[in-house]
Design a protein around this ligand. Structure first.
Ligand code: UDP
Length: 327
């Protein structure tokens, strides 16, 4: 049993992390500004004697220092989420990513509290050769394309974490999270899978951006959470960067068709040009596939994720939003 601080613990991934930590008997501190997360995600734990919540931005939380020093580990998930939200406010996205990470690492330094830093597959930017490996040179896209500012901010967070490890002795593990999905994820910030499920359930057109031939690999949030916890328990993971996700690739058109079939929806699939969906000059990643060899060498991890089961869980959640731990 230990004590863990989760930043962003009221968010989609964070709330599943809190489920897992409370279930294994830990005491959990959560700092979350409720910007994209929500108390609703933790409603089933409210009043739990081992859960302590501070609703505040991480960098201005009055609890950050004390909780970081009391914790055996920090899982830093607080970040700007969703391509749509990032496209709507670059300053906010860049500042959120940098300021929260800096504050967490600074708070971890006095007692050298181990930190998991959530990075993103976005750091691979415009790279076009899959699968992406952790050691490869990063080639974020053109500096004139706003989307890539998110990649740069996340890459800088990685460098900052490694610098704190080297210069201040903070044990860090960096995880590049690929498309992660499951119950409680909302389409409000642009995430494709809950968006398509909601459209299909309403009978609205399913909005496939571009030609729909871009690919992604979708991972079950509960497997991702388990991987993070295993990494934090593994001495071999310290100071390292890991891809975390699924390597089962599907086109976005294929995803739309699968969701329409599983919901038995009659929604039409419509193609929406990127410049209409986002803004002129928007650049997407054509393919995004992680190399998971390093992760599988380090922890017990099954890189196969059952996409139909994940979609079904999201359908069930949207039909009957049960906020409790999802079994
Ligand atoms: N997408 C789509 N329709 C939507 C939302 C997203 O076709 O309503 C596409 C998006 O352009 C991208 C993919 O789905 O190619 C995944 O988008 P998401 O924002 O979920 O994650 P990303 O992988 O881009 O970070």
């Amino acid at each position: 049993m230990s004590t863990v601080l989760v930043t962003g613990g009221a968010g989609f991934i964070g709330s599943h992390m809190v489920d897992a930590l409370l279930a294994r008997g830990d005491t959990v501190f959560v700092i979350d500004d409720a910007s994209t997360g929500s108390r609703t995600n933790l409603a089933h734990h409210m009043g739990h004697r081992r859960l302590h919540l501070d609703v505040a931005p991480v960098q201005s939380s009055t609890r950050l220092r004390a909780w970081s020093e009391a914790a055996d580990a920090i899982i830093h998930l607080a970040a700007a989420v969703g391509v749509r939200r990032v496209m709507e406010g670059h300053i906010q996205a860049i500042q959120t990513n940098l300021h929260t990470t800096e504050a967490v690492l600074e708070a971890a330094a006095p007692r050298r509290t181990p930190v998991f830093v959530a990075s993103s597959s976005e750091v691979y930017g415009a790279a076009d050769t899959v699968p992406f490996r952790e050691e490869q040179a990063l080639q974020v896209g053109s500096p004139t394309v706003g989307r890539w500012s998110y990649a740069c901010s996340k890459a800088l967070c990685e460098f900052l974490a490694q610098a704190y490890a080297l210069e201040r002795g903070v044990p860090v593990v960096i995880g590049r999270l690929f498309n992660t999905t499951g119950p409680r994820q909302t389409g409000a910030y642009g995430m494709v899978l809950p968006t398509f499920v909601a459209q299909a359930l309403r009978g609205d057109p399913i909005t496939v951006y571009g030609d729909g031939q871009q690919t992604r690999c979708f991972a079950d949030v509960r497997q991702v959470v388990d991987a993070v916890l295993q990494l934090m328990a593994s001495p071999d993971a310290q100071g390292e960067i890991f891809n975390i996700g699924s390597h089962v690739e599907i086109t976005i058109q294929g995803l739309a068709e699968r969701i329409r079939a599983l919901t038995q929806s009659t929604s039409p699939l419509v193609q929406v040009p990127y410049e209409v969906a986002y803004r002129p000059g928007f650049e997407d990643m054509r393919r995004r596939v992680p190399d998971l060899a390093k992760l599988c060498r380090t922890i017990a991890y099954n890189p196969q994720h059952d996409l139909d089961a994940i979609i079904q869980a999201v359908i069930n959640d949207q039909r009957h939003p049960a906020r409790g731990p999802v079994t």
